[in-house]
Design a protein around this ligand. Structure first.
Ligand SMILES: NC(=O)C1=CN([C@@H]2O[C@H](COP(=O)(O)OP(=O)(O)OC[C@H]3O[C@@H](n4cnc5c(N)ncnc54)[C@H](OP(=O)(O)O)[C@@H]3O)[C@@H](O)[C@H]2O)C=CC1
Ligand SMILES: CCCCCCCCCCCCCCCC(=O)[C@@H](N)CO
Length: 273
């Protein structure tokens, strides 16, 4: 069944700019309560004001939380707890905080590989890890990961970025198999180049080859990309690749379900014994 956004609590990391901000607006327009997570407090407040212009009732709230999603798990866990105390359990988490730096492999600093992996990958692991137990208990939840077209194809200039976005896909697909029996759904978005402050910044470091490859496709509007991401998260459908993998995944899902039932059965036996 589709997730009902009216009254739902949606947490958007990277919600103060670009695609994340547009995702927050899209959910707010449909009646959700929003928690924005990002580092810079001025940008957070600015985004909050902009989002609040789209309210559809006077109960709706936009909460801002300043934290680095990639630094320290316990910090991230704490702010998620704070958000849940104020706005209730998280119904949907959108992992959109991320960054890109392009350059030839030998020109990129080694620290760039570490930074991109920590922000794009660990920065998606930490918030997800902080919400998933409650989602499983409640049998309600959506976790959205924002990868990239460069998370499906390795492209010139993206040795550091692509690998961090490929990692998200592995995480998401494995997690989906774990949480499906609990009615929790995981989606991954693979957006193309999108007109955002992050994209403008990335363009300052792009090698010529990367620029020419990028120019073979057009740049999308963040509102349009956000709309699609929210739609895919609410009504989970199956893509072509998933359909091909269906047979295998179906049989693996039944293993997972069997184990879940087995566990439940032995727990009731333990209780009655
Ligand atoms: N624009 C594009 O062409 C595409 C973008 N994507 C992906 O979409 C996502 C959003 O991109 P886009 O909208 O362009 O980016 P922007 O740079 O416009 O926005 C990034 C957001 O993430 C936040 N953020 C960045 N690092 C951290 C951190 N360590 N901790 C917490 N928050 C952080 C920023 O706030 P602050 O800096 O204050 O922390 C900001 O809110 C990224 O994951 C990107 O890789 C995917 C495909 C295409
Ligand atoms: C099966 C998929 C087919 C896709 C067609 C391939 C076209 C490639 C064109 C270049 C794409 C670059 C995307 C990077 C976007 C991004 O994540 C950064 N801009 C972030 O800032």
């Amino acid at each position: 069944k589709p997730l009902a956004l009216p009254g739902a609590h949606v947490v958007v990391t990277g919600g103060s700019s670009g695609i994340g901000k547009c995702i927050a607006i899209e959910c707010y327009k449909q009646g959700a309560f929003i928690t924005l997570v990002a580092r810079n407090e001025d940008k957070l407040l600015q985004a909050k004001k902009e989002i609040e212009k789209h309210s559809i009732n006077d109960k709706q709230v936009v909460l801002c939380i300043s934290v680095d999603v990639s630094q320290d798990y316990s910090q991230v866990e704490n702010v998620i707890k704070q958000a849940q105390e104020k706005l209730g359990p998280v119904d949907m988490l959108v992992n959109c905080a991320g960054m890109s730096l392009a350059g030839k492999f030998e020109d990129l600093e080694v620290s760039t590989f570490e930074r991109l992996m920590s922000v794009n990958y660990l920065g998606s692991v930490y918030p997800s890890r902080a919400v998933i137990a409650t989602m499983k208990e409640r049998r309600v939840g959506r976790v959205v990961f924002v990868s990239s077209q460069a998370g499906q194809l390795g492209l010139f200039g993206y040795t550091a970025y692509s690998s961090s976005k490929f990692a998200i896909r592995g995480l998401a697909e494995a997690l989906q198999m774990e949480v499906k029996p609990y009615n929790v759904y995981v989606t991954v978005a693979y957006p193309p180049d999108t007109d955002t402050p992050g994209f403008a910044k990335e363009n300052q470091t792009k090698p010529l080859e990367t620029r020419l490859i990028s120019e073979t496709t057009s740049v999308c509007k963040p509102e349009q990309v956000a709309k699609q991401i929210v739609k895919d998260a609410i009504v989970v459908t199956m893509g072509l690749f998933r359909t091909i993998a269906l047979f295998y995944l179906g049989s693996f899902d039944s293993i997972v379900r069997r184990c879940m039932m087995q566990k439940a059965k032995s727990e009731t036996i333990d209780k009655t014994a």
